[in-house]
Design a protein around this ligand. Structure first.
Ligand SMILES: Nc1ncnc2c1ncn2[C@@H]1O[C@H](COP(=O)(O)OP(=O)(O)OP(=O)(O)O)[C@@H](O)[C@H]1O
Ligand SMILES: [Mg+2]
Length: 358
């Protein structure tokens, strides 16, 4: 439990998102940052594991000492021991000089084992010893050296499952996972997507990399709807591409990569100008999906005439979009969102569950 009277640090600007899962994540991060415990950060690729590791370090009493990342997947097995623990002069052919390992470089600070699931089993044993006894030897050296380093680790793999198949040592797993921190995938927190988009666009502008950019409502909707298998990293890359190619023009659905535009194409035409009309406001804004009026129904968009068109899918997508928009307008307040949509709160909750909006 967070101690009363000690306000949680403000992570705004460092880990963008205000969905409930992110708020819970950051509250946990704030609580464990100041401890000395080993933390195992899990999450799909691109969810922000390294970013969280850095926040854990920056918020710890070790913040002024080094933060040393080790990408376990990028270092060849044969070099890993010397990379981590260093070597003495003459330890092996070509070792004409001694060299400090990452533990030595990180002394007093934090070492971050990224993709820990890739750490070879021989090194897993050595790491366990460091964690338990706080000692190691350099390659080619006999003298045990003591170390004062906090260990953080991250993986996108299921380490527990790996322990069952023998790919990861169970004792090391339990030692690492003293405090498990799980980062939810982006598709489970779509309400964070507009904030992240805003963050990346602002950063682009602040870095003076180009003209200010705006997104059409349809483009924003499509980006929120997309599943983002590559999570925030994929979103960041897609935006970078859009920003470079837009040349300062408004970004529309047709500018999006095909796989993203496709999922929302059906909703794009006609593009809603005022997504959800505010109740009781006058004069009423034109309703995007109003029944045929004097001017007759809007022409059937080309996309609807394609052979893949399916009315149920179309209406399902539309419903999901409206629920999302209502929740956004109501700042996540479900009662208010239900009111906007003119449905019961329980009906809304059922829809939220069905559409897997969290
Ligand atoms: N909540 C966030 N706010 C701002 N930027 C974020 C956020 N989450 C991730 N990013 C950015 O997204 C990119 C991916 O994040 P990071 O490298 O921390 O993810 P990862 O989980 O370590 O990914 P991988 O599994 O691919 O190594 C980085 O550029 C990071 O700065
Ligand atoms: Mg990473």
């Amino acid at each position: 439990m967070a101690k009363k009277g000690s306000p949680l640090p403000d992570f705004s600007g460092r880990f963008i998102g205000r969905s409930r899962p992110v708020a819970e994540l950051l509250a946990l991060v704030a609580r464990v940052a100041r401890s000395e415990s080993t933390v195992l950060i899990t999450g799909e690729s691109g969810t922000g594991k390294e970013r969280i590791a850095r926040i854990l370090h920056d918020e710890s009493p070790r913040a002024n000492a080094p933060f040393v990342p080790v990408n376990c997947g990028a270092i060849p097995e044969g070099l890993m021991e010397s990379e981590l623990f260093g070597h003495e002069k003459g330890a092996f052919t070509g070792a004409s000089n001694g060299r400090a390992g990452r533990f030595e470089v990180a002394e007093g600070g934090t070492i971050f084992f990224d993709e820990i699931g890739e750490l070879p089993v021989t090194l897993q044993v050595k790491l366990l010893r460091v964690l338990q006894e706080k000692v190691y030897e350099k390659v080619g050296g006999a003298k045990p050296r003591t170390t004062n380093v906090r260990v953080l680790a991250a993986t996108h793999r299921n380490l527990e499952e790996m322990t069952r198949s023998g790919g990861f040592r169970e004792d090391l797993y339990y030692r690492l996972a003293v405090i498990p921190v799980e980062i939810p995938p982006l598709r489970k927190r779509p309400e964070d997507i507009p904030l992240l988009i805003d963050f990346f666009i602002r950063r682009w502008e602040e870095e003076g990399r180009g003209d200010p950019v705006t997104l059409s409502a349809g483009a924003m909707n499509a980006l929120v709807e997309y599943e983002w298998p590559g999570n925030v990293r994929e979103l960041e890359n897609v935006l970078e591409r859009l920003l470079v190619l837009s040349g300062g023009e408004k970004v529309d659905i047709s500018d999006l990569p095909e796989k993203i535009g496709r999922s929302a194409t059906l909703l794009s035409a006609p593009e809603p100008k005022a997504p959800i009309p505010e109740k009781g406001t006058s004069p009423p804004s034109p309703e995007p999906f109003s029944p045929p009026g004097e001017g007759g129904p809007p022409p059937l968009p080309e996309e609807l005439l394609g052979k893949d068109f399916n009315l149920s899918v179309f209406l399902g997508d539309l419903e999901r979009t409206l629920v999302l928009q209502a929740l956004e307008r109501a700042s996540g307040n479900r009662s208010r969102a239900a009111e906007i949509l003119g449905i019961n709160r329980t009906t809304l909750i059922e829809k939220i569950r069905r559409f897997r909006i969290s």
